[in-house]
Design a protein around this ligand. Structure first.
Ligand code: HEM
Length: 470
């Protein structure tokens, strides 16, 4: 790292502040040191790019400039074949193979599964005296991945997958993630060996699903992976498929769930937004077609604003493989470089009153990929971005169409780090009730699937003021 770059001192303290109070810490650094500064953390130096110009410099650099960041922490979960672990030509080749299933057009196949899952989980939540938004949305996004990505349809198999996923994630303790020397088998004993057994259990379920997809391919992402070919005509190995399925689970499950929990909270703390959104959704009728929900402009703006104000992933770091010049500073190989999504999304020049939840800003102007980047950018941009936006709009649309929500905490939740993501403290406790609409009862979960999607006819398998917000 360049000696000239300014930033806070003291590795232990900055690591602690960065992890526990990201909003306050980053905002304080930006007002003291400017848009580009160095943060010394225990694993090394991380240079923060906190304005569109510096973000553009990073995201448009040639791919070979960077390696993936912090791979040791996630390696046990995602495996060595994972997109998150690859760089250079191998990364490009793998991404080329995995991108088509996530293309916008393909999303239609997942619309009914997303809507049905949301309706089923909300029906359950409405039976309880109180619920927690984050738990509901976690259950929805896990079910959606199991159906749309893994291609599992039968309820009994869905539960087996859900149990295996929960057992595996429970066995991956933070100590195992952050202290790589604990990642030893010790002859089948200890926490790492237990975690490996849970990974093997899930992979055994994947193996069965791969065989099914080979015998009778569906619309799901696993079926597309099984039939996809690299440029040389070869197909993915089973181990590579296992690793990518765990990668999609890791990258796509909690992120989407948290984004939805935040969105529900914001919408219910802003009565004007709720009223305008309900008007837009209600105009589609009592049981709106999920694809039409996904095309609603105000709903789209609400989801974008939720991802702006609290981006689920606050930075998208890379590791320098070569010397790199950023904002006039010469940076050395081994330095971390992180486009800071959080700081850019709260830049007052771009977003006046940045702490205010105001979806209209996305209807009034367009933002460049370096001004608005909840899904990161460049050659590592989130592969599931279209999938996540589609799911957010459908789940939120179904939820507001047929259910009422009453927030139980008067004070807005604080953004707290949960693993690598930013989650609402307390998870957003609320009461869920069927909406008292004159026109219709809440939808029958499963009805859409029984009759298929009317519109596609496809079958469905699956100096800024950031610190004020704390
Ligand atoms: C609201 C939900 C989501 C958010 C906020 C989010 C955000 C991100 C971000 C910031 C990155 C890093 C990009 C970069 O380094 O420039 C990323 C990467 C990734 N995401 Fe997402 N994501 C979400 C949902 C999903 C979903 C649903 C999937 C798949 C089912 C997914 C799969 C991935 C994968 C595979 C990568 C690694 C891409 C690569 O390294 O080439 N994400 N995501």
């Amino acid at each position: 790292m360049s000696q000239l770059l300014r930033g806070p001192r003291g590795r232990l303290l900055t690591t602690y502040q960065f992890i526990t109070r990201p909003f306050e810490f980053l905002s304080r650094c930006a007002s003291t040191y400017g848009d580009v500064f160095n943060v010394p953390v225990v694993s090394g130096d991380v240079v923060i790019a906190g304005c569109p110009r510096s973000v553009e410099e990073v995201l448009t650099a040639p791919p070979e400039t960077f390696l993936p960041f912090a791979t040791r922490a996630i390696a046990p979960l995602v495996g060595e074949h994972s997109l998150l672990m690859l760089s250079g030509e191998r990364h490009r080749r793998e991404r080329k193979l995995l991108t088509p299933p996530f293309h916008g057009d393909r999303m239609r196949a997942y619309a009914a599964a997303m809507a049905d899952t949301a309706a089923r989980r909300l029906t359950e939540a409405a039976r309880a005296p109180r619920a927690v938004a984050q738990e509901i949305t976690q259950a929805i996004s896990l079910d959606v991945i199991i159906r749309a990505v893994f291609g599992v349809e039968e309820p009994s198999r869905t539960s087996a997958f859900a149990r295996a996923v929960v057992a595996m994630t429970d066995a991956l303790t933070p100590a195992l993630t952050f202290l790589p020397f604990l990642q030893r088998d010790l002859g089948g004993l200890g926490p790492y060996a237990r975690f490996r057994r849970r990974v093997d259990d899930l992979d055994a379920l994947f193996r069965g699903q791969i065989e099914r997809a080979r015998a009778a391919p569906g619309d799901d992402i696993l079926s597309l992976m099984v039939s996809a070919r690299y440029d040389d005509g070869s197909t993915m190995s089973d181990q590579a498929i296992f690793d990518e399925l765990r990668t999609l689970l890791f990258a796509g499950h909690e992120t989407t769930a948290l984004a939805l929990a935040w969105a529900l909270d914001h919408v219910h703390r802003n009565p004007g937004v709720l009223a305008r959104l309900r008007d837009e959704i209600d105009a589609l009728g009592p049981e709106p077609d999920p694809e039409r929900l996904a095309a609603l402009p105000y709903l789209d703006a609400v989801c974008k604003e939720a991802l702006r104000i609290y981006p689920i992933v606050t930075e998208s770091p890379r590791l320098l493989a070569q010397p790199f010049r950023l904002d006039e500073h010469e940076l050395l190989p081994g330095t971390g470089v992180a486009p800071c999504i959080l700081l850019v999304h709260h830049h007052p020049d771009l977003y006046p009153e940045p702490s205010r939840f105001r979806p209209e800003r996305f209807l009034e102007r367009k933002f460049s990929p370096f001004e608005y980047l909840p899904f990161g950018g460049g050659h590592r941009r989130c592969i599931g971005a279209a999938f996540a936006m589609f799911e957010m709009k459908i789940v939120l649309g179904v939820a507001l169409s047929a259910w009422e929500f009453r927030l139980l905490d008067e004070r807005p939740p604080r953004p707290v780090r949960r693993n690598l993501t930013l989650s609402p403290s307390g998870g957003v406790p609320l009461v869920v009730r069927a909406r008292n609409r004159v026109s219709a009862p809440p939808p029958d979960p499963g009805a859409r699937r029984r009759r298929g999607s009317p519109s596609t006819g496809m079958h469905h398998r699956g100096g800024n003021d950031i610190a004020d917000m704390e």
